[in-house]
Design a protein around this ligand. Sequence first.
Ligand code: UTP
Length: 292
Amino acid sequence: MKKIKTAVFPVAGLGTRFLPITKVIAKEMLVVVDKPLIQYAVEEAKEAGIEKFIFVSSRGKNAIEDHFDSAPILEEALRERKKFRDLQKVIDSQLDSGQAVFIRQHSPKGLGHAVHCAHNLVQEEAFAVILADDLVLAPKGCLKQMVDAYEQSDGNMIAVENIPPSETFRYGIFDIASQDGKKIKAKSIVEKPAPEVAPSTTAAIGRYILKTTIFDNLKNAQAGLANEIQLTDAIQNMMHETPLTGYHYDGTRYDCGMKIGWLEANIAFSLKDPEAQEETRLMLKRMVKELA
Ligand code: UTP
């Protein structure tokens, strides 16, 4: 059995689409209902059996590290006040000592470069990458679905979904060789093609299982689109020896790197939250009535 034990969380992007809040708050710390995006990503990784959590961070993002630390003064205060449910929330948000590693990407040279920053720390043959701003609502975590499917797979794997043809310029797009159930065998993958030249509407989302050989490819990678080192280019460059599978996950993804996606995620997650769903439903009904 191929166990995926390590996940890399690139969190060093500038988050310009959320300025000015991202001047001082990392995009990955933006809240959805009551948890930051990065906590959802870590919970998804835990569900998939991940034991080592590598955060590729940057200057000014210490709040991410603090979020996963213990908070003794707060915990003691909650214990004294007998607020045990709140205390549990604080404890559940921690990562054990030694489980989390924080490294820095000195300048935002692209996702491929951010992933390469973890090359000294991944020991297994394959590892996961999670982009926290792609938030997936699913009965079974997206990464867990992929890890299970990867047992009968090899090479690199990316979660995929079908997108409207007009949006290909936002995604890595698959050129499809064949499909077997939820798995797609790729002929190639191209980063953010214009709709007129896109080979399909099957788009990569922010969940990857990658062979560690990708680090060799990223080491000498040249800047591509937007003058950034693109992860997609490295995956494409190694396809002659490492096949690429797209995995059609079950669930709904919210692009929380964009304002409207983040807003939609807040509503969708709030409607699933037993403490908030009733009030959310009433609020939505009221708003829709006002709009009519
Ligand atoms: P995005 O493409 O969403 O870029 O990165 P961004 O900088 O975060 O946001 P915008 O486009 O300026 O609004 C996708 C993921 O890759 C990480 C980001 O933190 C995000 O999780 N990333 C991107 C890095 O870690 N380093 C980089 O140099 C670029």
